[in-house]
Design a protein around this ligand. Structure first.
Ligand code: PMP
Length: 424
């Protein structure tokens, strides 16, 4: 390059942290946690390699462990009929759609699954997305803009916060499940905004409790807002036949404006969806960037979810088992003096530890003892709310549940004793 032609940097001294990743303060924080774990002789708990599918058990480094770390609630990610459907879809349609749905990526199987999903949950229509994260982010980011208001539960998933921030609308959290406070906020400021979106989740992924859906619907009607419910953890797990929180609460799906969900949990696949009125889905299908400019869902993922949905409809007994197991986990954990937070009625049971290092040590010792449950620490939850999270599976045996809680309780009280001794 002829340097004489180039323009000098203004100002001439720009600090490293403004252009180098190694100096980026946010990245240094990540490194600091990794170094701390290293100093304590603890393996990094993230990016653990598993050998195959996870259900009631999993294999890690060739060793079989009892598994509470995956959201394959009904074991469908390894069900023979689901796998066969994916294989047949690859044989017939290939591994990729190789195009956006609008241009060349539309297949009959997409339309079939969209109709199946809408029918299953009682909505007018649905559309597939590349993931639940993309569905939340895209839909919120697209429907709201400057001058609008998004009021979301304080425990809403990260993709909801990201979508809200992208939208340019004002974002205001309300305290977890506190519908009275939500009502108060809307009473005070609804009039200052154009469109208002309330966002809640069917089952909260960190806490394992449900949203107060009937109250939210009433608030939505009275304040003339939109209501969006993220069913990532509730479709296929809640209600006697797995139809989600509408079935659980006996609510009409059309009383919620926007349903978001994922194919990656109870449905044993990968991908996401938005469901709602014909008009909403038609509008989003033609205009939402994360759909219009993204490839159609891969044939095997689409076929797997379709097969999974049929199996859920045909096997309501799995739902009964899932909930018996979850109740047993909660019951034994409470009897053992463990703190399960607000977990109720769902297949997610947190074990609150209250300190991130203690949580990671507990997870590591539990794994060494043959049980896989992953730690959740800051920033996923507040430091004082650090926890292990148990995803209960319909295929866990009573013996596996008993063993797990016994081991957890023994390790937890030993850790607390050691902690008190070192503090004293
Ligand atoms: N919402 C919640 C509550 C989730 O737990 C997740 C996945 N962890 C998502 C959305 C994102 O779903 P997906 O994995 O399909 O992107």
């Amino acid at each position: 390059l002829a340097t004489d032609d180039l323009r000098p940097s203004v100002p001439s001294e720009i600090p490293q942290e403004m252009f180098g990743f190694s100096a980026l303060p946010e990245y240094r924080q990540v490194r600091q946690i990794a170094d701390q774990l290293n100093d304590l002789g603890l393996p990094n708990p993230y990016f653990q390699v598993l050998d195959g599918p996870t259900s009631a058990t999993a294999s890690i480094g060739g060793k079989e462990v009892i598994n509470f770390a995956g959201y394959n609630y009904l074991g469908l990610a390894e069900h023979e009929e689901v796998k066969q459907a994916a294989i047949e879809a690859i044989e017939k349609l290939g591994t990729s759609t190789s195009g956006s749905r609008l241009i060349s990526g539309e297949r009959a199987i997409h339309r079939e699954l969209e109709a199946d999903l809408a029918k299953f949950m009682g909505a007018e229509a649905s559309m597939l997305m590349s993931g639940g994260h993309a569905a939340n982010e895209t839909t919120i980011g697209h429907l709201l803009r400057t001058g609008d208001l998004i009021v979301h539960d304080s425990m809403a998933h990260s993709s909801i916060i990201t979508g809200a921030n992208l939208s340019g609308a004002r974002r205001r959290p309300y305290p977890h499940n506190d519908w009275r406070e939500l009502d108060e906020i809307l009473h005070d400021i609804r009039k200052d905004y154009r469109r208002v979106l309330i966002v809640a989740e069917g089952v909260y992924g960190m806490e394992g409790d449900l949203c107060p859906l009937p109250e939210l619907v009433e608030i939505r009607n009275r304040h003339k807002t939109w209501l969006m419910v993220n069913e990532a953890h509730s479709l296929g797990t809640m209600g006697p036949t797995g139809r989600g929180v509408t079935e659980y609460f006996g609510i009409n799906a059309n009383d919620v404006d926007i349903w978001i969900g994922t194919l990656s949990k109870a449905l044993g696949s990968t991908g996401g969806y938005v469901a709602g009125s014909h008009d909403l889905i038609d509008y989003l299908k033609h205009t939402a960037s994360g759909f219009v400019y993204s490839a159609g869902l891969a044939p095997p993922a689409t076929a797997a979810a379709q097969a999974a949905l049929k199996l859920i409809e045909a096997n309501p007994g799995w739902l009964t088992r899932l909930h018996q197991n979850a109740d047993m986990v909660r019951d034994l954990a409470k009897k053992a003096g463990l703190n399960i937070g607000g977990s109720d009625h769902s297949p997610i049971v947190p074990i609150i530890v209250g300190d991130s290092m203690m949580t990671m040590i507990l997870a590591q010792k539990l794994l060494a003892d043959g049980v896989n449950a992953r730690p959740l620490t800051y920033p996923a939850v507040e430091e004082s709310a650090s926890r292990l999270r148990l995803f209960v599976n319909a295929h866990h045996t009573q013996d596996q549940i008993r063993q797990t809680i016994n081991k957890l309780a023994a390790l937890w009280s030993k850790l607390q004793r050691e902690n008190h001794a070192s503090a004293g």
